[in-house]
Design a protein around this ligand. Structure first.
Ligand code: GDP
Ligand code: IMO
Ligand code: MG
Length: 421
């Protein structure tokens, strides 16, 4: 598997953390390539739950080194509290956790700015982690890269520049913000603790690839939160899809051997934006309760709905998926029938194209195919052959539509519960 990308095929929270953790058993290194502490990747080992926001999900394996790539935006407080949490759990990260010199920093100004825009009329339902403003500064070429921490004067002048720029968005100018020196002092106190983790991650990963080591590139969010391919503007501010894994760490596309796209057996989304198969009824509530669909980062309720084939087919194309990891199949255990959205109607007519705009996505009416439920508790099974015929039928219908093999099937949140094919 030398270089494998793990990417979410829907709107995030597909169970990427669990899949990365499982594959990490055989991996030498895991790198995050985009996103920031907006992610929440959950791993359950026996009864102990770990939720990682910035640190790659390989960190729970002693022999795996972990990298935060240049494409990630790093909030120092979020990073340090994760390190502290891991240390308190007896997990030593020293010498095997690195932050790219070129990764951009999330500053308190970004978080303030995120909160301010979310209180206005263009609300997206963000995680309020400063992600959008941090990427905006990066693209505007006024961002602060992690390497700037090596020179306090440069770092301070860049932060001051950002402070002055942000002041322009307030009627009272900088007078509406806390004094600069207060922001600088407290931010520097935590951000400077990142210095020991800084490194040339691109060079490290290239060396590792030359050696033939196994590397996992861990995506955050999902294909439809992608700023280009997602339900814009209800997206995140990076490119979660597999294409950005290369630029997000600094390796070329010829080095990628496998792309695993993770799909939930149904669909969820947190925050605002179109969701054609959303269930605002008792089945949606049942899925939310059974699947415990509450955000790992913000605790918000996740909106729930049926699996959407046209969205999944497109995600497979966008990501160049080699194979699929299907998660949370057990959440459907109690259902008499399971619906699969196989197409849409718009204004009463079946459409033969993918909905083009947000307005179309909000107006389409899904065309459903009913598949019988299995009414059996799946978590007791550990091999494909043991699965009920009706479960195999659901998987095989999905494979027929998606024209892609489902090689991993997850039927329980715990690490050891995975069915490999
Ligand atoms: P990620 O952001 O893609 O890593 O996913 P999250 O961790 O945000 O959300 C996935 C949730 O589903 C977590 O609470 C996992 O513990 C849980 N989970 C993962 N796989 C399964 C599964 O197969 N069955 C059930 N019931 N829960 C799962
Ligand atoms: P993981 O990696 C689900 C959503 C937010 C909001 C939109 C923009 O755990 O799958 P942002 O804070 O990024 O500017 O918010 O994106 N969002 C996620 N939804 N899983 C995530 O990450 C998400 N990260 C961001 O809810 O709708
Ligand atoms: Mg998550």
């Amino acid at each position: 598997m030398p270089v494998t990308i793990i990417v979410g095929g829907q709107w995030g929270d597909e169970g990427k953390g669990k899949i990365v953790d499982i594959l990490s058993a055989e991996a030498d290194a895991v790198a995050r390539y985009q996103g920031g502490a907006n992610a929440g990747h959950t791993i359950l080992i026996e009864d102990k739950q770990y939720v990682l926001h910035l640190i790659p999900s390989g960190i729970l394996r002693d022999n795996t080194s972990c990298y935060i790539g240049n494409g990630v935006v790093v909030d120092p407080d979020a990073f340090l509290s994760e390190v502290e949490f891991l240390n308190s759990e007896g997990i030593d990260v020293e010498g095997r956790l690195f932050i790219s010199n070129n990764a951009h920093l999330v500053t308190p100004l970004h978080i303030l700015s995120d909160k301010t825009s979310e209180s206005g009329s263009n609300k997206i339902g963000t995680t309020l982690r400063g992600i959008g403003p941090a990427y905006t500064d990066k693209v505007s070429r006024v961002g602060i890269r992690a390497v700037e921490l090596l020179n306090q004067d440069v770092f301070k002048s860049k932060l001051l520049n950002n402070y002055e720029l942000l002041g322009r968005h307030f009627t009272g100018g900088n007078g509406d913000l806390p004094p600069f020196n207060d922001i600088f002092d407290s931010y520097w106190a935590s951000a400077s603790k990142l210095i020991p983790y800084l490194s040339d991650v691109t060079a490290q990963l290239q060396e590792l690839i030359l050696r033939g080591d196994n590397l996992l590139l861990e995506g955050a969010q999902g294909t439809y939160l992608d700023v280009d391919h997602g339900t814009y503007p209800y997206v995140t501010s990076s490119n979660p899809s597999a294409g950005s894994a290369c630029s997000g760490v600094g390796i070329g596309p010829t080095k990628i051997d496998r792309v695993i796209t993770v799909f939930k057996a149904y669909t969820t989304r947190v925050g605002l934006g179109p969701f054609p198969t959303e269930l605002e009824d008792e089945i949606g509530d049942l899925i939310r309760e059974t699947g415990f669909e509450f955000g790992a980062t913000t605790g918000r309720e996740r909106r729930c709905g049926w699996f959407d084939i046209p969205f999944a087919v497109r995600a497979i194309g966008i990501n160049g998926t080699s194979d699929i990891a299907l998660t949370k199949l057990d959440v459907l255990d109690g259902l008499e029938e399971i619906m699969l959205c196989v197409g849409y109607k718009l204004n009463g007519e079946k459409i033969d194209y993918f909905p083009r705009s947000i307005e179309e996505m909000e107006s389409v009416v899904p065309i459903y195919e009913s598949v019988p439920g299995w009414k059996t508790e799946l978590k007791r099974f550990s091999s494909y052959s043991e699965l009920p015929d009706k479960t195999k039928n659901y998987i095989s219908i999905l494979e027929d539509y998606l024209k892609t093999p489902i090689k991993m099937i997850s039927v329980d949140p715990r690490r050891e519960k995975i069915i490999l094919r």
